[in-house]
Design a protein around this ligand. Structure first.
Ligand code: ATP
Ligand code: MG
Length: 716
């Protein structure tokens, strides 16, 4: 660095500088976590503006999240000074797609003021079409169709591109036909869904030379962060736009590709050099984020994946603390331990803003939320709602509130037609009328209206059933433990079945949240006490911005960093997820392993991995095995501690003695898989693992049924 360097070049290493200064021609920055890819991309943007190689409106810069876009905008502003006037084309693919599509809507049969539908609207529309097409919506739920259409759109397939084989995936071959009708219907109401934002624009670019050429001219420079997680339609889009000028710079890390379930194709990275011959590939190897132990732990785990591009990482940071692996007895202890550690760190002067808890599944946040509220630690949930704010939890709570307190009109209104019972607005209006006239709550008005002929026969029948059910649940509430009551209520009301009918990953997550809710109830002495707790929790929304712990999924944490990171629930069936295990093979397992790599590499100074020996699943205690990823952590980089007897030997031995069930696990490159290495370092085998292995067998049989298919009332 020379004194004359502009501010954005100071502090960059040689490779980063090269990436910044190579403005013309295709550039691929391929590097591991924390090597300053995003920092270099940001500096590159600053450089283009500072040297007037392009106006802000001539640069297309794509980030993975809106938050990342905001950060990049701010950072560039700081680097270049006030001079930056807006950056209209800096954003996520969807944000950019929407902006473009508004300008060319008429080319795909829309008007520029088209509405962007949310998932609910989308489902409602699909349902209408399904019913009109005389398809049994129970057997072929709208959500499955929505998922399929989304998948097609991610692949860049218009209805015309969907062949018979693809079409076969919904309602005996009628998928394509419904996709076509859906698109027609969307046009008729001047609307589009999220997938259309990209697909329509792709169509525009493909079919209109002038439009394509205009954009190719406009975008002098194109940049993409997190390139490993682009899907096909995004890739096709970029390729078209970049073809003329070829000034495209993409940065990514094949080891951090974690969105294949949303259609992302890591192959896009591998194709880059073919699509853009002569591309300059820049590798960054110095990691500025994490200590050697954290890096060593992450690298040790990811080394077990096959087919990696392979990267070297080094750091100049002090060796720091080893990664801690903490075995605890159960979920509540996990939350308690993390709470204690955070309080200690806070006393030592660490700001809560620098602390994150990363989980695999959304439902895991609940235990932490409850604990932090109890001990008064402020937290926020990123990339998702707080547990008790999620739709399915609110629905379930509404049922419980009606049982607990029949005058709870708001709760009654929420559930009266969920799941759908044919009690629409009209019926509800009549009930309201009667309730007002007789000054009674809606539940009572509902019972009374049954004696009149105000309702249609069908509405009367459904309402009668609901009123009867509520009365019965109230009776049951007297003798039945309240968690058991909740379980039965959710089954008998058809609420669980509603989500089970949907095969989407989202629905499975909601079912998990519901069983987590039932689990949480067991800690309270009565239904009333539990509902009080929930009201208090809901009210906990801190007004002023104070430092807060961040709780989020590892997926949402991509690209971020924190001084201190807690990685919770590293157990077989939770992480790797049961779904990944059920699918078998290495593909989904390797994606889980990449997620582990993303998780660990979020930490700057301290990383703690936790696993519990017992979890409550569907109300039953189940022993759980430490995640195989725990065994893959190189012993020299970790400090293992456990509150149970057996200690580290317990999980090492497990993976030593029981390699068989996972013979399909990738043997990876270089080092052997965790349990083989473990065999060399530790051969203790206490009596404990046997018990765990038995427990594991039951976990597997649960898995075979598919967790999401297990009704909440069913015993495992
Ligand atoms: P990820 O793969 O997780 O997205 P990344 O490669 O994008 O990581 P950055 O987030 O850009 O990495 O950088 C990681 C950290 O290193 C940041 O705190 C950044 O400020 C810092 N950093 C980047 N480059 C340098 C450098 N040349 N000197 C010092 N610190 C740097
Ligand atoms: Mg980054």
């Amino acid at each position: 660095p020379t004194p004359a360097d502009p501010p954005y070049l100071r502090n960059l290493n040689d490779q980063q500088r090269e990436a910044v200064l190579t403005t013309d021609g295709p550039v691929l920055m391929l590097a591991g976590a924390g090597t300053g890819k995003t920092a270099a991309l940001t500096a590159r943007l600053a450089h283009l503006l500072y040297t007037r190689k392009a106006w802000p409106s001539e640069i297309l810069a794509v980030t993975f999240t809106n938050r990342a876009a905001r950060e990049m905008r701010e950072r560039v502003g700081r680097l270049v000074g006030e001079a930056v006037e807006g950056m209209p084309w800096l954003g996520t693919f969807h944000a950019i797609g929407a902006k473009m599509l508004r300008r060319h809507a008429e080319l795909v049969g829309l008007q520029s003021n088209f509405t962007i539908l949310d998932t609910d609207d989308q489902l409602r529309l699909l349902k209408q079409l399904i019913i009109a097409a005389d398809i049994d919506e129970k057997r072929f739920p709208a959500r499955s169709l929505a998922g399929l259409i989304d998948e097609w759109k991610n692949k860049g397939l218009t209805p015309g591109d969907v062949d018979a084989g693809e079409s076969e995936r919904y309602a005996n071959g009628r998928g394509g036909e419904l996709y076509e009708q859906y698109q027609t219907r969307l046009r008729a109401v001047n609307a589009c869904d999220f997938g259309d934002l990209l697909l329509h624009m792709l169509t525009v670019l493909r079919t209109n030379r002038e439009v394509l050429e205009a954009y190719q001219q406009r975008f002098r420079y194109i940049m993409v962060d997190e390139y490993q997680d682009t899907n096909s339609v995004q890739y096709l889009w970029l390729r078209l736009l970049a073809q003329a000028r070829r000034n495209i710079a993409c940065v990514g890390d094949d080891d951090q590709s974690i969105y294949s379930w949303r259609g992302a194709q890591v192959e896009n990275i591998l194709k880059f050099e073919k699509d853009f011959p002569g591309a300059k590939v820049i590798r960054l190897e110095q990691n500025y984020r994490s200590t050697p132990h954290i890096l060593g732990a992450a690298s040790g785990v990811i080394a077990n994946n096959g087919g990696r591009l392979g990267k070297t990482l080094w750091t100049e940071l002090d060796v720091g603390e080893k990664v801690r692996v903490l075995g605890v007895w159960d979920g509540p202890e996990e939350a308690r331990r993390v709470g204690e550690e955070i309080e200690a760190a806070r006393r030592d002067g660490t700001s809560l803003d620098n602390i994150a808890i990363l989980v695999r599944a959304q439902h895991q946040t609940r235990e932490f939320e409850d604990r932090f509220i109890a001990i008064g630690l402020p937290y926020r949930i990123v990339g998702g709602l707080r547990f008790y704010e999620r739709a399915e939890i609110r629905d379930a709570l509404a049922y419980l509130r009606v049982v607990n307190q029949p005058a709870d009109d708001l709760a009654f209104e929420r559930i009266v037609n969920v799941p759908k019972r044919g009690l629409g607005d009209k019926a509800l209006a009549k009930i309201h009328q009667l309730a007002r006239a007789e000054r009674v709550p809606l539940t009572i008005a509902s019972a009374r209206i049954l004696d009149t002929d105000e309702l249609t026969p069908q509405a009367r029948r459904s309402l009668g059933n609901l009123v009867g059910d509520i009365a019965r649940w109230r009776d049951m509430a007297r003798d039945l433990p309240h968690a058991e009551l909740a379980r039965q209520l959710l089954d008998e009301s058809g609420y669980t079945a509603m989500w089970q009918a949907e095969k989407s990953a989202e629905a499975a997550g909601r079912l998990e949240n519901l069983s987590e809710l039932v689990r949480a109830m067991e800690d309270y002495e009565s239904l009333g006490a539990f509902l009080d707790h929930v009201s208090l929790v809901m009210d906990n929304e801190g007004a002023a911005r104070e430092p807060q712990i961040t709780i989020m999924t590892m997926h949402a944490a991509k690209g971020l960093e924190f001084d201190t990171v807690f990685l919770a629930g590293w157990e077989e069936g939770l992480f790797p997820s049961q779904r990944a295990l059920d699918e078998g093979g290495t593909r989904s397992l390797e994606e889980e392993r990449r997620l582990a790599y993303v998780g660990i590499t979020r930490a700057r100074r301290r990383a703690t991995i936790l696993h519990a020996a017992n979890r409550r699943i569907y109300g039953q205690w189940t022993s759980s095995l430490p995640s195989r990823f725990v065994a893959e952590l190189p012993p020299e980089h970790i400090d293992a501690e456990t509150t149970m007897s057996g200690g580290e030997s317990l999980w090492r031995a497990n993976w030593t003695e029981h390699a068989d069930p996972f013979a399909d696990v990738s043997r990876g490159t270089g080092r052997g898989p965790g349990w083989q290495r473990a065999a060399a370092t530790n051969s203790t085998f206490s009596t404990k693992p046997q018990r765990i292995v038995e427990a594991r067998a039951s976990a597997v049989s649960l898995g075979n049924k598919g967790r999401s298919d297990v009704s909440l009332g069913q015993r495992v």
